[in-house]
Design a protein around this ligand. Structure first.
Ligand SMILES: O=P(O)(O)OC[C@H]1O[C@H](O[C@H]2O[C@H](CO)[C@@H](O)[C@H](O)[C@H]2O)[C@H](O)[C@@H](O)[C@@H]1O
Length: 279
């Protein structure tokens, strides 16, 4: 792996533990595990969730890394199949996509997707009434992911105000039907409990074997659980790098990260800098 010291002029200085992790990656790339969020990290944020697509160079850089490291995994709130389609990941050899916060798995063209619990259908039936009761503006948009219902307010005139108005009624709806509310960038998702990106990443690392280093890159609140997993492995002696795809919308990840880069452009440029110059 290449030395990354002089690249990414727009990125924050990297912390010492992040430097250790990069040194471990250079020393033993074949033992490294690299994990990525999708929206906001590999794919630029857009107003319509169905219009999101990965950065034009994301699939190529993930493919190049996947041929050099032990494992590359995308851990996303999207259904795994949707992330594969929007990412252009179908042909990326070795890539694993864990969708719906780890409940689904796509690998080598095969998808595993468990049935949603009945609470999702119950909540789906009641959601329109809840949105009406909360006075949700007409621009409020429900993305039905089968296993989860994501209520988006990005297209509202005051997206944060609209989101805040929904929160307590969404919490009550989730509780009534055995679900949880997952907050994100101008979105509240109703989804089944018991799985998150940290649980998913820990299980993936346990399955692939103790890595020489672990990287996770994310941008949103749901990625904090994966950062927790990196911290836990660090405490167990595995070098770890927490990479933040920075934005003005979410600041919590930057505060926990070893390195903050400028959105998906910065993430892809950083990953390209890890490859030998001829790649
Ligand atoms: O875990 P992720 O891969 O980050 O997915 C989280 C949610 O991302 C999507 O919503 C976000 O991206 C949209 C497209 O850029 C944007 O319009 C929205 O405001 C963001 O919240 C996606 O639609 C959700 O299903 C994902 O769970």
């Amino acid at each position: 792996m290449a030395d990354t010291g002089h690249v990414n002029p727009s990125s924050s200085p990297i912390g010492p533990e992040g430097e250790d992790a990069l040194a471990a990656l250079r020393a033993d790339p074949g033992g490294a595990v690299l994990g990525f969020d999708f929206d906001g990290t590999l794919a630029p944020i857009v107003a319509d969730p169905a219009a999101a697509r990965a950065h034009p160079r994301a699939a190529a850089v993930l493919a190049a890394l996947a041929s050099r490291v032990r494992a590359v995994v995308v851990v996303t709130g999207r259904p795994a199949k949707v992330a594969v389609e929007y990412g252009g990941f179908e042909g990326v050899d070795g890539l694993v996509v864990l969708g719906q916060y780890g409940a689904e798995r796509w690998e080598s063209g095969a998808l595993t997707s468990p049935e949603p619990p009945p609470g999702v259908a119950e909540a789906r039936a009641k959601l329109p009434r809840v949105l009406a009761a909360a006075g949700a503006p007409p621009e409020t948009f429900v993305e039905d992911k089968g296993r989860a219902l994501a209520v988006h307010t990005r297209r509202c005139a005051e997206p944060q105000v609209a989101l805040d108005r929904l929160r307590s009624l969404m919490d009550a709806l989730a509780e009534r039907h055995g679900l949880v509310v997952e907050p994100g960038r101008f979105v509240l998702e109703l989804r089944p409990p018991g799985m998150d990106k940290g649980v998913a990443l820990r299980a993936f690392v346990a399955e692939t074997g103790r890595p020489s280093m672990l990287l996770f890159a994310g941008d949103d609140l749901g990625d904090l659980a994966a950062f927790d997993a990196v911290d836990e492995l660090r405490a167990d002696g595995v070098p770890g790098l927490k990479l933040c795809s920075g934005s003005a919308e979410v600041t919590e990840l930057a505060a926990r990260a070893d390195l903050v880069v400028d959105g998906p452009d910065g993430v892809v440029a950083f990953l390209e800098s890890l490859l030998p110059a001829s790649s």
